[in-house]
Design a protein around this ligand. Sequence first.
Ligand SMILES: Cc1cc2nc3c(=O)[nH]c(=O)nc-3n(C[C@H](O)[C@H](O)[C@H](O)COP(=O)(O)OP(=O)(O)OC[C@H]3O[C@@H](n4cnc5c(N)ncnc54)[C@H](O)[C@@H]3O)c2cc1C
Length: 454
Amino acid sequence: MQGEPREGRIVVVGASLAGLRAAETLRDEGFVGSLTLIGDEPHPPYDRPPLSKQVLLGRVPADKTGLPRRRDVDAHWKLGVRATSLDPVGKRVLLADGEEVPFDRLLIATGTRARPWPNPAEAAMDGVFTLRTGEDAGRLVERLDAGPERVLVIGAGFTGSEIASACRERGLAVTVAERGPAPLVGALGGTLGALAAKLQRAHGVDLRCGVTVTALEGNGRLTGAQFSDGTRIDADVAVVALGAVRNTGWLAETGLAAGPRGVTCDAGCRAFDMYGIVTDDVFAAGDVARFPHPLFEYQLLSLEHWGNAVAQAEVAAHNMVNPGPRRRPHLTVPAFWSSQFGLNIKSVGVPTFSDQVVIAQGSLKDARLVAVYGYRGRVTAAVSVNQAKSLEYYQRLIETAAPFPPAPGAADQLDSRAPVPSDVPDPKMLSHGPTVALTGHLPDRRLTLVQPAR
Ligand SMILES: Cc1cc2nc3c(=O)[nH]c(=O)nc-3n(C[C@H](O)[C@H](O)[C@H](O)COP(=O)(O)OP(=O)(O)OC[C@H]3O[C@@H](n4cnc5c(N)ncnc54)[C@H](O)[C@@H]3O)c2cc1C
């Protein structure tokens, strides 16, 4: 095994996007050993982004978002069974049905689940939903089809905002409650948050910011909700969209560095143990992974992006079957998209890793723009709203740690605009490490370069 990483037993826990793409890459890279995928959902891997978009709009059935296969993976599929623990010394995964699955190398790809409403009795009422799985989406669509009087969406992050958008498109009355000052602030900061608030209201959402839901009312069946400002509403559907919880509970007491923020791993996707020592044969990828990125001062990133799950799974799989010198770092620039209220939002980089933002193209007024984010004088992210075509240009600026605000380039419209504070949450999380740039394009030729202070 030691000398021949293309043989042996590989087990992947988590049979969704990252797990499937890793399995396909393992076979692409010539892995000929036994491959087992373990997933607690009973279905073959399916895609989640459509669940809050096309599925809620009734355009695609909830059980028809299966992920396309790139190739046959010749694997043992153990679906509908949960991994309950891991014995890293004996190299076995323990399953809820009592089975023990031995491995030589393991990939942890258990993703996240919806954060539940904190009051279990209120959460159990008929009419209270979360949205993470195909079943969740199916149940919610059924209720929306029945024409509720009012839908309450709790939390205006990306998922909550997309749900509110779909409900309004269906002509349903919608109240959105958001603790922060505006929708999307947690991910995109104040400038685009203000735009999102304006658009939600223009689309008829009863948007309430700076408030929390203090109680869900009802007697077995939801009838309304109370807010922290003393007001209340009648509502027969509530969708709890309070973010995600990482599925790391099954790794408690395994000695791995696994906790609420994910499984900490190195840039080559190898998991750390609880002492911060990198393991040789346990890897992590996708939403459950927490990894350092040199472009963002090596801070540990926990992303919930489709594209990151795919790219990181590919790197993890490559490294699982290649000896040390041929291993690759996961250096993909984070990217995600969202569609809501007629907006096509695309992001590259990490907008929360910023202290300033500037509208480099277009305008907030027209809701068609590119916002570029900077941190300590260099470009760290860009977000396009209905104007995705120039995003690649800004991605290059991020990759090369180009100065912020960006010099007007071919893609920019010449217009004097001053940067303003980005108003992202928790800027104190930012540190003062070295500025690092990436060089090269081929996955096996990418290098990092520490830049002198400006
Ligand atoms: C409604 C919704 C909309 C989204 N929209 C977008 C979007 O527009 N753009 C974007 O970039 N991203 C979007 N995402 C995020 C994207 O879907 C995720 O980044 C992606 O699914 C991550 O894949 P993953 O395989 O890492 O994790 P997951 O998809 O969470 O898969 C993990 C799998 O592991 C299983 N599992 C967990 N614990 C265990 C265990 N102990 N034993 C066995 N199996 C286990 C889970 O049940 C699940 O099947 C959206 C997500 C949701 C829910």
